[in-house]
Design a binder for this molecule. Structure first.
Ligand code: ACO
Length: 314
């Protein structure tokens, strides 16, 4: 009998400090109007004395609670992050200790596509019978790698974490997954350090990122629907990586999906990289928009580039 990996719990956490666009007007040559019209972002959350694992821990506790599972019942922890607490050990191992689990734990790095890569990895473990309950987390403190003097990137990013518990299910769950990477785009979006002894900050060619993101994500969404014998009508919701409202609406338009079927959190969260999809998922599960049996399309693209999609029956 085929085994499915099914999402049985979601959780999220945002640090309390809010930075509004108006506040950024005090330190950067920018305006609320520019940021809102070009990105859809109004505010973002920023850590003050917390690290990526602190955010991941809170989101994971919430997801385990919804799943009605104890940390000791988790067989594997996969944490997607671009901003690990340390070069090593993996932030996932710190999370494993702090949450009270005793299973294997590792990090995945695919920048803003990290959660899609992590959930696809979890799917393999469950479908192959290696694990039954997996905690998958996207957690980021992007504020630590942003150049706060660069108005073209500083206005985009935020901090936060989202988590899901996926468990073995005999009926439904993740129906399709596809991952892609193309390393020739490194200079379009990267952290500009030379080697691990140097710290760097995010550097981005915004126009190129926009163009590639819209093309790759639209093509992938169409391919995913085709592979699943579905049309946009069969989708209850698309939950895209929350990079930029213009990227999201261009993709929705290209695949003929009405914006009323897109979960959006960009206005209040900004771009939280690997955390953005599970954060948006948790918001919409908890406010009742997402219901059991809904077909969900997750899509994300991240620096360098890596991108991927998942078709999930919730
Ligand atoms: N406030 C005011 N002006 C700004 C700001 C700002 N925060 N940032 C840039 N500008 C200026 C530029 O300096 C430029 O000025 P100039 O004409 O005097 O040189 C002008 O605005 C236009 O700059 P563009 O880069 O052409 O602006 P554009 O309309 O392309 O918008 C943006 C920039 C929003 C970054 C756009 O390119 C975009 O949406 N790109 C996608 C990038 C993205 O979403 N990245 C997120 C991370 S990647 C990911 O998660 C997939």
């Amino acid at each position: 009998m085929k085994k499915f990996a099914r999402i049985v719990g979601t959780g999220s956490y945002l640090p309390p400090r809010i930075i509004t666009n108006s506040e950024l007007e005090n330190s950067l040559d920018t305006t609320d109007e520019w940021i809102t019209s070009r990105t859809g972002i109004k505010e973002r959350r920023i850590v003050e004395d917390q690290n990526t694992c602190d955010l991941a821990l809170e989101a994971s506790i919430n997801a385990l609670e919804m799943a009605e599972l104890k940390a000791s019942e988790i067989d594997l922890i996969i944490l997607a992050t671009t901003t690990p607490d340390k070069i090593f050990p993996a932030t996932a191992t710190t999370l494993q200790d702090r949450i009270g689990a005793s299973c294997p734990a590792f990090d995945i790095q695919a920048v803003c596509a990290g959660f899609v890569f992590a959930l696809t990895t979890a799917q393999q473990y469950i479908e192959n019978g290696v694990a039954e309950n997996i905690l998958v987390v996207g957690s980021e403190t992007m504020s630590k790698i942003v150049d706060w003097n660069d108005r073209s990137t500083a206005v985009l990013f935020g901090d936060g974490a989202g988590a899901v518990v996926v468990s073995k299910d005999n009926t439904t769950g993740i129906k399709h997954a596809k991952l892609c990477s193309d390393g020739k785009y490194l200079s379009s979006l990267h952290v500009n350090n030379n080697g691990i002894n140097e710290t760097g900050t995010i550097e981005m060619m915004g126009n190129e990122v926009y163009r590639i993101a819209v093309n790759r994500l639209s093509d992938l969404a169409e391919e995913t629907l085709k592979d699943c014998n579905m049309t946009p009508n069969d989708l209850a919701w698309m939950i895209p990586h929350q990079a930029n409202i213009r990227i999201i609406s261009a993709v929705a338009k290209r695949i003929k999906l009405p914006m009323s079927k897109v979960i959006l959190t960009i206005e209040k969260h900004g771009n939280t990289s690997a955390a953005s999809i599970p954060l948006a998922l948790d918001v919409a599960v908890r406010d009742g928009r997402i219901k059991k049996g809904d077909n969900l399309l997750f899509e994300g693209i991240g620096g360098g580039f890596s991108w991927g999609s998942l078709l999930v029956e919730y």
